[in-house]
Design a protein around this ligand. Structure first.
Ligand SMILES: NC(=O)c1ccc[n+]([C@@H]2O[C@H](COP(=O)([O-])OP(=O)(O)OC[C@H]3O[C@@H](n4cnc5c(N)ncnc54)[C@H](OP(=O)(O)O)[C@@H]3O)[C@@H](O)[C@H]2O)c1
Length: 279
């Protein structure tokens, strides 16, 4: 297939490229060669390439930054996605769009399923929801893939920060009242590579299996990395940040499993592999 990837030098974009490059013709774009907020450029590049699939891994992902730069958040995560959806409709190709657990409000006592009520509590979540809505209004051939707590080789992320801090701290405070599922970007990229072989269009939750709090995750990272660091639990309100985060954002991969796909491996297995790679 001919696949155009936006944001290809981002954390997920990098691993999508690695996973897809051997079996597909890839058109890799970055914010410099394809700024998704520039409608004319989006149409020009996509109409010229005529891909079978566009995978949008571009986004404004600085969750706290979104609170301050609201216009930028809505422009990239909302309008930018609308531009892509319109261009995909023009050339009749499928759009894979990556969305987030932050479109839920975090108040639940069971994992969220795809058709649960939406209720973002941050600008980032609201802007990502605008992106989802633009696709639903515009396209039939779409895969909206909601994922969570990403980490990979190419980018800033929680496990990297923890291992960096471990170099000169014997004690670290970590939030314990936010629960979700850490997800390894190569595993997610592999899942997307399976999805695009089908025409099972729709909304998917896709994460590694299992769940934990940030605090449990930090402890597990130090255990597998063999680091002697004391993790002190704190509440999210003690660890004040500009953007509120959902307190419970575990995503049940219901549609994924219902369609016959194999669940992604456990987050514990995935983080072991990652720690081995980067330590
Ligand atoms: N990270 C997470 O924990 C997480 C969790 C759930 C869902 N997601 C979603 O997963 C997707 C991938 O996230 P990620 O962590 O891989 O993000 P990332 O590392 O921040 O990469 C995002 C990429 O988007 C590009 N970009 C920004 N504005 C753009 C524009 N106007 N036009 C074109 N490209 C633009 C950036 O390029 P420049 O650097 O050149 O600006 C960057 O390469 C995003 O949709 C995100 O919302 C992420």
């Amino acid at each position: 297939m001919k696949i155009l990837i936006t944001g290809s030098n981002g954390m997920l974009g990098h691993d999508l490229t690695e996973v897809l490059k051997d079996n597909h013709e890839l058109i890799l774009t970055t914010s410099k060669t394809l700024d998704i907020t520039n409608k004319d450029q989006v149409f020009e590049v996509i109409c010229d390439a005529e891909p079978d699939v566009v995978i949008n891994s571009a986004a404004y992902t600085d969750v706290d930054g979104c609170e301050e730069n609201q216009d930028l958040a809505y422009s990239v995560n909302g309008e930018g996605v609308k531009n892509l959806a319109l261009a995909c409709k023009e050339v009749d190709c499928a759009l894979v769009h990556i969305s987030t657990d932050y479109i839920f409000n975090g108040k639940n006592d069971r994992p969220w399923v795809e058709d649960d009520e939406i209720g973002p509590i941050s600008v980032y979540g609201k802007s990502k929801l605008k992106g989802e809505e633009a696709i639903l209004e515009t396209l039939d051939k779409y895969f909206i893939v909601r994922t969570a707590w990403l980490y990979g080789i190419n980018g800033k992320n929680f496990p990297k920060t923890m291992l960096e801090l471990a170099k000169n701290h014997s004690e670290i405070t970590v939030v314990y009242d936010e629960v979700g599922t850490p997800t390894y970007t190569p595993d997610l990229a592999y899942g997307i590579s399976e999805l695009i072989e089908t025409d099972y269009y729709g909304i998917y939750h896709l994460t590694n299996s299992g769940n934990c709090s940030w605090c449990e995750f930090a402890r597990y990272i130090f255990e597998v990395a063999d680091k002697d660091v004391k993790v002190v639990p704190v509440t999210a309100s003690e660890f004040a940040r500009p953007a509120p985060r959902p307190s419970y954002s575990v995503l049940e991969n219901k549609n994924w499993v219902d369609k016959g796909f194999k669940p992604l491996r456990s987050y514990k297995e995935a983080i072991k592999e990652y720690v081995e790679l980067i330590k």
